[in-house]
Design a protein around this ligand. Structure first.
Ligand code: ADP
Length: 396
């Protein structure tokens, strides 16, 4: 039996087909630029690769194309080979705190969460509806980015605004990247040979989107993203933490509309806003002492250091700090900059190990480091497959 995992971003769709038995990958692919004049489609299956440029209107159409192609290419012969489809769903609001089988009421709940994740939840819903149109009987499971963080205590989740806004309007910190933080935590415990219920880590997911999570005895107790993914670290195009008064200033004094401010903070800020480039590889290449690229790196790294200090304080004992995501896994330079000067906190990076570029999960710290430094390759799709399998096994 097989599990198909679908990860719909705002304009992309990643898919992976897993063998259910051992979660090995049978086939994977990606559609980018959904909604643009030309979408890029790629699929790899064993030695076979397909790359196409076609116009794909929305996630519904993208899903239908993926489904049809899996059959045309002979990756699937009969729909009965599929045990289930696992969907990444960005926002589960305060209703969903674990992976859940999709039914009509779940879809309605997801629709009610659209205002909380306007860029992502609509494409997640379209993905679910497209699968239902192709194979009505197929079991679908929603795996939420927010679910891992439902263990955050109120003092971490609640904003210091009127309490009724929390109680009645559910304005609170939900956190995201939950599948990644959860996967990375379990892999870290394997690498450290430690028990999940007695391990404390700080997980740094540093990609185009970036977040940090404090995990105590296997449970998320705080994370940097908030009600939406805008809060927290400096990201590719998102500002992360800012003084909320900047929004009033931009509106009242500079005449920005709310839509313009939304666009500014989500799409035109972060690394892009600071130096005109959101790709960390390019920024590192262009950085020189005193230029805007170097300053963007400095601000990015500084914010991460502040969160490390804060999360070490709330964890009381930190066993490891984990680097993951495109930047965390691939940039030895950013890892070194983050660790620089943190020896006082018990972090000692082994600079030779840090240069290692193998695809393996590794311990990067010196043997005497009080806090271990780990490099873990995240795999959100695999975690979605695992959670899909687990939730269905529980129902059997
Ligand atoms: P997303 O949030 O879109 O999933 P990724 O986790 O794929 O993002 O991370 C993308 C980021 O990783 C980009 O900023 C990219 O430049 C960066 N990145 C990838 N490889 C490297 C590398 N070798 N050095 C520095 N940054 C890298």
């Amino acid at each position: 039996m097989k599990i198909l995992v679908l990860n719909s971003g705002s304009s992309s769709l990643k898919f992976k087909l897993f063998k259910m038995l051992d979660e090995s990958v049978i086939c994977s692919g990606l559609i980018e630029n959904i909604g643009a004049r030309e979408s890029l489609f790629s699929l790899s299956h064993q030695e076979h690769r397909i790359n196409k440029k076609i116009a794909i209107q929305d996630h519904y159409e993208a899903l239908c194309i993926v489904f049809d192609l899996l059959f045309e290419e002979g990756v699937l012969v009969d729909i009965a080979e599929l045990y289930a489809v696992g969907h990444r769903v960005v926002h589960g609001g305060d209703k969903f705190y674990k992976a859940t089988v999709v039914d009509e009421s779940l879809i309605e709940e997801l629709k009610s969460c659209i205002p909380l994740a306007p860029l992502h939840n609509p494409s997640n819903i379209l993905g679910i509806e497209a699968v239902a149109s192709k194979a009505k009987e197929l079991t679908q499971v929603a795996v939420f980015d927010t679910a891992f963080h439902h263990t955050m205590p109120n003092h971490a989740a609640q904003y210091a605004i009127q309490a009724s806004l929390y109680k009645e309007d559910k304005i609170k910190r939900y956190g995201f990247h939950g599948t990644s933080h959860s996967y990375v935590f379990k892999q870290s415990c394997k690498l450290l040979d430690s028990k999940t219920e007695a391990t404390n880590i700080i997980s740094l997911h540093l990609g185009n989107g970036a977040s940090v999570c404090a995990i105590k005895n296997g449970k998320s107790i705080d994370t940097s993203m908030g009600m939406t993914p805008l809060e927290g670290l400096v990201m590719g195009t998102r500002s992360g933490d800012i003084d909320p008064s900047i929004i009033f200033y931009l509106h009242k004094t500079k005449g920005y509309s709310l839509e313009e401010i939304d666009l500014l903070l989500n799409k035109q800020s972060g690394l892009l806003g600071l130096c005109g480039e959101n790709d960390m590889r390019m920024i590192l290449q262009k950085a020189k002492e005193g230029n805007a690229y170097q300053l963007a790196i400095d601000i990015f790294v500084y914010r991460i250091k502040k969160y490390i200090g804060a999360y070490m304080a709330i964890l009381e004992r930190t066993d490891a700090i984990v680097f993951t995501g495109g930047i965390g896994e691939n940039s030895e330079q950013i890892r070194e900059l983050i660790c620089e000067g943190l020896e006082g906190l018990g972090l000692y990076l082994d600079k030779d190990k840090n240069l290692n570029t193998s695809k393996k999960d590794l311990i990067l710290s010196q043997t005497n480091s009080l806090v271990k430094l780990l490099l873990i390759h995240t795999d959100e799709e695999k975690e979605i497959a695992i959670q899909t399998k687990e939730v269905l096994k529980d129902l059997e």
